[in-house]
Design a protein around this ligand. Structure first.
Ligand code: GDP
Length: 478
């Protein structure tokens, strides 16, 4: 009986880094795609407060760990889920609006303004689901919580502006998450645009489009005139087809909370994305530390529905509390199970907070390397000038040896932001800043997320620290 680390994290509603942290604490060093045995999984769950007593182990096991793998014959194609990312003012919001507009049928045209956090569009009878919150911040903070909801990232780049700092961030965030990118070259209605220059800049940032021998689709669009939008949607479907996205509509539902709020009249309201199984009215569910029975469901058009299959975003009523965006949810067979799981999760929350998640830090790096368990050291570099970013990147990459590959997953000019912390948290990376200081909000977020964040004034001191850490000779910090 074995389970892949990533799947375990998903099933128990914990982030991969939390699970890996607990594994490391146990002396088990597995990558996220590696299998661990059931006994180990059980211990980890115990550590994470999923089970308290042996007896109850079974119950959570029933809905999670031991649930059988989907049989291939039960799998059906499911629609792709898309996040729109890109630099501010490049047209993310306008593009989402334009996409929704092309898709409004005459009879709906009257009244749909309802946004539930995600919307469905239909192209030649095929559905595509768009998450309504544009930007990579939402994307990465969900990923840091262990949720993976995006199948494809649409990268909006304004043809009159080209690759800008947040474009680069979006590229790095998508790459760190292994999510394929489709470029929407926006604002092509404008005069004086230079698409070739934009393509060149994309190439310089590791996004090589098809026309240039790469494998990234680039679609010219205008969110303003609507030109190219149909084509973009068709390209999304084409790309999705190659991913062969499948799910099993026959099992109990599971997925991710996209948005949640407390509504004065209706109580806790959550938009969830069903990712596997089918969610039905009356189902008992647990989502983070809330539970309840689905009392009513509404689709993105505001229509009441009775069931929702894979890749369907639905607003649900009936939860006991407001869950957090990024929380995973599971339907379970009985109310009782949902309640027990949540009670236990709540009990353990405090303990967990005290028991800070283990992460790769420079201090313990050597130990992990020696034990052969850290193969890649992910680093994020922020500096006051581009020259320093490049210099640090080059020097850091040269530190790679047979045991560890030093990988700069993101580098940029400017202060260290919350988005950097979330990327570090989601990718188990260390952050290095030069002549930039994080704000106190960012510092406390780093602390909460247990991200090792270090600032330097001199480049070689950073290089020295990392080199020393790799050799186990880092001076302790006082
Ligand atoms: P976001 O910050 O990326 O969400 O960008 P917005 O969607 O808010 O767009 C920023 C500005 O660019 C707005 O003034 C839009 O009207 C304008 N804009 C967006 N798309 C286009 C386009 O295709 N053509 C032109 N000419 N302007 C656009």
């Amino acid at each position: 009986e074995k389970i892949i680390v990533k799947d375990l994290a998903e099933k128990i509603g914990k982030s991969v880094s939390e699970v890996m942290g607990k594994l490391i604490a146990l002396g088990v060093f597995a990558t996220i795609n590696q299998e661990i045995d059931f006994d180990t999984a059980e211990v980890i769950c115990g550590d994470l407060g999923i089970f308290v007593e042996k007896e109850e182990v079974k119950e959570e096991v029933e809905f999670g760990l031991e649930q059988e793998e989907d049989k291939p014959e039960d799998l059906r194609p499911r629609p792709p889920v898309i996040t729109v990312m890109g630099h501010v003012d490049h047209g993310k919001t306008s593009l989402l609006d334009a996409i929704r507009k092309t898709n409004v049928t005459a009879k709906e045209a009257g009244g749909i303004t309802q946004h539930i956090g995600a919307s469905e569009v239909e192209v030649h009878g095929n559905k595509i689901v768009f998450l309504d919150t544009p930007g990579h911040e939402a994307f990465t903070s969900m990923r840091a919580r262990g949720a993976k909801v995006t199948d494809i990232a649409v990268l909006v780049v304004a043809a009159d502006d080209g690759v800008m700092p947040q474009t680069k961030e979006a590229i790095n965030h998508a790459k760190a998450a292994n999510v394929p990118i489709i470029v929407a070259m926006n604002k092509i209605d404008k005069p004086n645009i230079n698409p070739d220059r934009v393509k060149q800049e994309l190439a310089e940032n590791g996004v090589l489009i098809e026309e240039w021998g790469g494998d990234t689709i680039c679609v010219p669009v205008s969110a303003k005139s609507g030109e190219g939008i149909e084509n973009l949607l068709e390209m999304i479907l084409l790309a999705a087809e190659m991913l062969e996205l499948k799910a099993n509509p026959k099992r109990l539902a599971s997925g991710t909370v996209i948005e949640a709020k407390l509504d004065k009249g209706r109580g806790p309201v959550a938009t969830v994305l069903v990712q596997n199984g089918t969610l039905k009215i009356g189902d008992s569910i647990v989502a983070g530390s809330s539970y309840g029975r689905v009392r009513a469901m509404m689709n993105d058009k505001g229509k009441a529905i009775k069931k929702a299959g894979p890749s369907t975003p639905v607003e649900i009523l009936g939860l006991s509390d407001v869950p957090e965006a990024g929380d995973l949810f599971h339907a379970v067979r009985e109310d009782k199970i949902a309640r027990q799981i949540v009670e236990k999760r709540k009990l353990k929350v405090r303990e967990e907070n005290l028991n800070a998640t283990a992460r790769v830090t420079l201090e313990d790096l050597f130990k992990h390397i020696q034990e052969g368990n850290v193969k890649e050291l992910n680093i994020i570099v922020k500096a006051d000038v581009q020259g320093s970013v490049e210099a640090v990147k080059q020097s850091l990459m040269k530190l790679s040896n047979d045991e560890v590959k030093v990988k700069v997953i993101h580098g940029g000019v400017g202060t260290i932001t919350e988005s950097d912390i979330m990327l570090a948290s989601a990718s188990n990376a260390i952050i290095i800043g030069f002549n930039v200081r994080p704000s106190s909000t960012v510092e406390s977020l780093a602390e909460r997320e247990n991200v090792d964040l270090r600032t330097y004034r001199i480049i070689y001191e950073a290089i020295e620290d990392i080199e020393a850490a790799m050799k186990g000779m880092l001076e302790p910090e006082y």
